[in-house]
Design a protein around this ligand. Structure first.
Ligand SMILES: *[C@@H]1O[C@H](CO)[C@@H](O)[C@H](O)[C@H]1NC(C)=O
Ligand SMILES: *[C@@H]1O[C@H](CO)[C@@H](O)[C@H](O)[C@H]1NC(C)=O
Ligand SMILES: *[C@@H]1O[C@H](CO)[C@@H](O)[C@H](O)[C@H]1NC(C)=O
Length: 587
């Protein structure tokens, strides 16, 4: 994937003459049999238009289909069909047939030998059009050579590919043309942390590989700033490297690499627990703003980093050699601020579990004022955000409240995909003051599950996390909540007559046989108003002090913050202004 800045630079080059002002640009490239088709876009917030230019090279296809959807289904999806003669605004039916829309919303801007430019309103209020909103869009790109009248998108004569992109970056995002590697500090060194020689990726589905390294220069007395980080992936293995996490070790360890569960892994690596970066498939680099860098070294002893690589090898490929790792850009010319990273959302716990068969089950993770009080007096500036959930996560967002009233959002993905975890750069930065509340919401779809989905680490468990990257650094590393165990135990014993004192929470969830008949609605309400347990943790894993004059209050079983919002917001109303994204109405 191109970085936002590269995409922006590209757009300035290509579209500089078009007069669009507040724009965001990007592109995806589909690899089809005879050619690569690149779809580039730029969206104009003032005109509420998006312009797509579609490049197909020398071998012009006889038919080209570009589909837009939230979750990648090819049935009931919006599309644009381009033939030699014309462009058509189309949609597919449930039976995958391609039909022209009654209302045609695409305009042709120009056509050349190797590309075509079209434009459309972001939101057309046609129930057969896709509404471009902040969040992930899945692009289905299909071409045919030699056939010009294909009427079903599943027809084998199509050559298809699917890609992910964000047409709109959300209300707070602007392209950033700064921070190209070339414009970094003159002394920047690039450090690659990877295994010294290629190792085979095990032919099992899931492997966690750990690499522990010392920085290759003196970090004992001198502090450095990391100003950019990115994965370093062995070419050809992109599909196997699922995600990575990067940690700083508190203790002096020793250099090592191997399976993270290997008993020979140095015991002191337990101290490698301070997360400094998280990266997942599909994501670009992590770029620090001009005024901040991630501190490293200067603590009077060697500091080590640990990179944890999660390989996902579902096809059990054998003997694939790999030398992937992480790459750091480090400067000794310290920037004005030290940067930090904080984890918001839900505690990984089976307390936070989701009933089966729910279309849109929302769970809220709080970072309340009692914890943000520990932030620096002048507040923090969030410059990037990365949201994470597992397979049933559909919408993820974090809102900011001051004095109980919603004042804005940090980040939002209206149609999240676990297969494309985007690190969102926020420009301008979002400022959070001590005493603010941050609420992270994850909406899950468990309609394909017949059992409870537990909160936890496994890929079939669920999570709700927003990693925020910010400056100046503070000692709040985790600010997450869970429904309180006391509330849960009361609920299960009173409503379901279980032995709430002794049973494990997971057993209580499992023992509810029928979540229908209003039980789910009732439990949803308990989740919304019940007390919560908080993790408000320092980087050494210890909880922060809970300031209160009431000795009965603590991080455990504390009342939920009381939050308010206006009774109307300026957003697309799905009854006045329908879109194919909502077709769920007609199931
Ligand atoms: C398409 O792009 C890929 C990756 O950039 C490249 O390897 C391949 O040769 C390209 N194919 C064509 C037909 O240009
Ligand atoms: C589209 O197909 C998928 C997978 O077969 C199915 O789950 C979904 O309900 C279908 N959507 C519609 C709108 O028919
Ligand atoms: C709540 O229960 C979970 C297990 O379901 C446990 O991991 C956690 O420690 C408990 N929390 C408290 C504060 O007792």
């Amino acid at each position: 994937m191109r970085s936002a800045s590269a995409a922006a630079a590209l757009f300035f080059f290509v579209f500089a003459h078009s007069g669009f002002v507040r724009v965001h640009g990007g592109e995806v490239t589909a690899e089809l049999l005879y050619t690569n088709v690149t779809v580039k876009w730029h969206a104009d917030y003032e005109l509420q238009m998006v312009e797509f230019s579609i490049w197909y090279g020398e071998k012009t296809p006889d038919l080209l289909f570009v589909g837009f959807s939230d979750f990648g289904d090819l049935n009931s999806t919006d599309g644009l069909m381009i033939s030699q003669r014309e462009i058509k605004d189309v949609h597919t039916t449930r039976e995958y047939r391609i039909r022209p829309d009654l209302q045609q919303d695409f305009q042709q801007v120009r056509k050349r030998k190797d590309h075509i430019v079209v434009s459309r309103k972001l939101i057309t209020c046609d129930s057969r059009d896709y509404a471009f909103q902040a969040g992930t869009t899945q692009f289905h790109i299909a071409a045919s050579w030699g056939y010009s009248t294909l009427t079903n998108i599943m027809d084998k004569r199509w050559i298809k590919d699917k890609k992910f992109g964000k047409v709109l970056e959300g209300p707070t995002d602007y392209p950033s043309i700064e921070d190209e590697p070339a414009s970094l500090e003159k002394d920047v060194k690039i450090v690659v942390v990877n295994s010294n020689s290629p190792d085979p990726i095990p032919n099992v589905e899931t492997t966690y590989e750990c690499i522990i390294r010392k920085m290759p220069f003196d970090t004992v007395e001198t502090m450095y700033h990391v100003v950019r980080m990115e994965p370093y992936i062995t070419p050809g293995n992109e599909h196997l490297v699922h995600h990575m996490e990067v940690f700083i070790c508190r203790d002096e360890v020793e250099e090592w690499n191997g399976n993270c569960n290997d008993p020979k892994k140095p015991a002191k690596s337990k101290s490698c627990s301070h997360v400094i970066a998280a990266w997942a498939m599909g994501e670009g680099p992590i770029i620090y703003p001009r005024e901040a860098g991630l501190p490293f070294g200067g603590k009077g002893r060697d500091e080590y980093v640990m990179v944890e690589i999660h390989y996902n090898n579902p096809d059990l490929h054998k003997g694939v050699m790999d030398k992937s790792g992480f790459q750091f850009y480090v400067t000794g010319m310290l920037r004005k601020y030290d940067a930090g990273i904080m984890e918001l959302g839900l505690i990984y716990s089976d307390a936070n579990s989701i009933p089966p068969n729910q279309k849109a089950w929302a769970m809220n993770g709080y970072c309340p004022s009692q914890c943000t009080q520990h932030l620096p007096k002048e507040g923090i500036n969030i410059f990037a955000s990365q949201m994470h959930a597992h397979l049933t996560g559909r919408k993820l967002f974090t809102s900011q409240y001051r004095a109980g009233v919603k004042i804005g959002e940090v980040n939002r993905d209206e149609h999240y995909s676990p297969h494309w975890q985007h690190l969102q750069q926020l420009r301008p930065v979002v400022r959070v003051m001590p005493g603010d509340t941050l609420m992270t919401t994850c909406v899950y779809d468990t309609r394909r599950r017949s059992k409870v989905t537990f909160g936890g680490y496994g890929i079939t468990d669920e999570m709700c996390v927003n990693y925020i990257y910010y400056y100046p650094a503070s000692d709040v590393e985790v600010c997450k909540s869970a429904i309180s165990n006391v509330t849960l135990r009361e609920y299960f014993s009173q409503r379901h007559l279980m032995n709430g004192q002794t049973m494990a929470i997971s057993d209580m969830y499992n023992k509810v046989k029928d979540w229908g008949n209003g039980v789910d609605e009732e439990f949803y309400n308990v989740l919304n108003v019940g007390n919560m347990n908080m993790n408000c943790l320092r980087s050494n894993g210890e909880p922060h002090k809970f300031y209160t004059s009431d000795p009965r209050q603590s991080w455990e079983n504390m009342p939920r913050p009381r939050l308010f919002a206006g009774s109307f917001v300026k957003t697309r109303d799905r009854f006045q202004c329908p879109a194919i994204n909502d077709m769920i109405n007609f199931e």
